[in-house]
Design a protein around this ligand. Structure first.
Ligand SMILES: NC(=O)C1=CN([C@@H]2O[C@H](COP(=O)(O)OP(=O)(O)OC[C@H]3O[C@@H](n4cnc5c(N)ncnc54)[C@H](OP(=O)(O)O)[C@@H]3O)[C@@H](O)[C@H]2O)C=CC1
Ligand SMILES: CC[C@](O)(C(C)=O)C(=O)O
Ligand SMILES: [Mg+2]
Ligand SMILES: [Mg+2]
Length: 347
């Protein structure tokens, strides 16, 4: 981040920008349920847009929210927050496009479809992004605990001249300006988000865990020891990194771990890994990943299903399930897990 990045807080946002406006939240999954409930509790008029057959309808209604079809919701609203999965957004957009009027806002939590040209909004609507840098369940939990969730704000199209002020009010209403909202662009958010989840947060970490586990088990150590060491303890280390960066983690582990980590970490994640990271970034930047993902969806997701199945079948998952049943820490997270399970899988 450069020193001139702008960060906005609660005092920079004016709640009145959302007065007399209706927000249609399309989708009631991870982000959708959090935005809709936080907006409503902040006093904003909300209508949730879900298809007639939607398995999420019951949950939204049980949470006291008004529910309509995406098209009806868009026609009743001034701001349409598109929080269905990225892959279905273009089809949902085609359905609601006719309901967008000059001066309305199309709001996103991720820039994929705008940045890669899958959605091309009319010139007379504002196109904004408020993207919490967190899974939706934490956005909701933090709001309920009077805490904030850091987020990003970007303006792709400012037809009204008011796009930023309105997006800031939206960010405040879902709790993001309590923590701070960094201004960025659709391009930067999309490319960094995709790179981060592929190379580091989701893809990189899971491969590192599995490879560490397999190395220990192949060398004759017990699967339980390998699970604890390579997966379970990851949370303890990540909590320290989250609280105080690399420094707090290194301060907290033993000198032996610090010396071993500082000298051996770079043996594993070496220049070869850096080259591969650069390759992953290039495929995000030149649109190759986006094209692959769009085609994969058009083909009915055969490769995705296969990869998912292989991941579920990895021995570490069985070992982990057994251990989590036997130890007390599983109970602590039970309510969070229950909450997560309420979100329907996409297939
Ligand atoms: N997951 C996260 O924490 C984060 C997500 N984002 C972004 O937020 C956006 C939403 O992602 P996320 O919350 O994960 O989405 P989810 O997968 O959780 O969305 C599921 C919701 O979308 C509805 N839905 C699915 N397909 C359709 C369809 N064809 N028509 C209408 N509704 C449909 C589902 O209802 P139904 O019962 O009808 O299937 C359900 O309510 C994305 O742009 C994502 O990149 C950004 C930051 C983090
Ligand atoms: C890290 C995954 C993420 O980018 C997120 C929760 O921010 C996503 O797309 O879900
Ligand atoms: Mg992300
Ligand atoms: Mg993402």
């Amino acid at each position: 981040m450069t020193n001139d990045s702008t960060i906005y807080y609660d005092d920079d946002a004016n709640d009145a920008r959302l007065e007399n406006k209706t927000v249609a939240v399309l989708g009631y999954g991870s982000q959708g349920h959090a935005h809709a409930q936080n907006l409503a509790e902040s006093g904003v008029d909300v209508v949730v847009g879900l298809r007639e057959s939607s398995s999420s309808r019951k949950a939204a209604e049980a949470d006291g929210l008004r529910v309509a079809t995406p098209k009806e919701a868009a026609s009743q609203s001034n701001i349409v927050s598109v929080l269905v999965p990225d892959t279905v957004q273009p089809a949902v957009y085609d359905d609601i496009e006719s309901e967008l009027e000059a001066g309305d806002t199309l709001q996103f939590a991720h820039g994929f479809n705008i940045h890669y040209g899958q959605i091309e909004p009319p010139e007379d609507v504002d196109v904004t992004m408020v993207a919490p840098k967190s899974p939706g369940h934490l956005v909701r939990r933090n709001y309920q605990a009077d805490e904030g969730t850091p987020g990003l704000l970007a303006i792709y199209q400012d037809a009204s001249g008011e796009a930023k002020a309105e997006a800031l009010a939206y960010a405040k209403a879902i709790g993001c300006t309590r923590a701070g909202v960094v201004e960025t662009s659709f391009q930067e958010e999309t490319e960094t988000d995709l790179f981060g989840e592929q190379a580091v947060l989701c893809g990189g970490v899971t491969e590192l865990i599995k490879m560490g586990y397999e190395t220990l088990v192949d060398a004759g150590y017990s699967p339980e020891m390998a699970y604890f060491e390579c997966l379970n303890e990851m949370k303890l280390i990540v909590d320290l990194l989250y609280e105080g960066g690399l420094g707090e983690m290194w301060d907290s582990v033993s000198d032996t771990a610090e010396y071993g980590g500082l000298t051996r970490g770079e043996v594993v994640v070496d220049d070869h890994a850096r080259e591969r990271m650069e390759q992953v970034l290039e495929e995000v930047q030149n649109g190759e990943f986006a094209r692959e993902w769009i085609l994969e969806n058009q083909a009915g997701r055969p490769g995705y299903r296969q990869k998912r199945q292989a991941e579920k079948s990895h021995e570490i998952e069985d070992v982990g399930a057994e251990l989590r049943d036997l130890f007390a820490w599983a109970d602590e997270d039970e309510s969070a897990d229950e909450e997560k399970r309420e979100v329907p899988a996409d297939d």
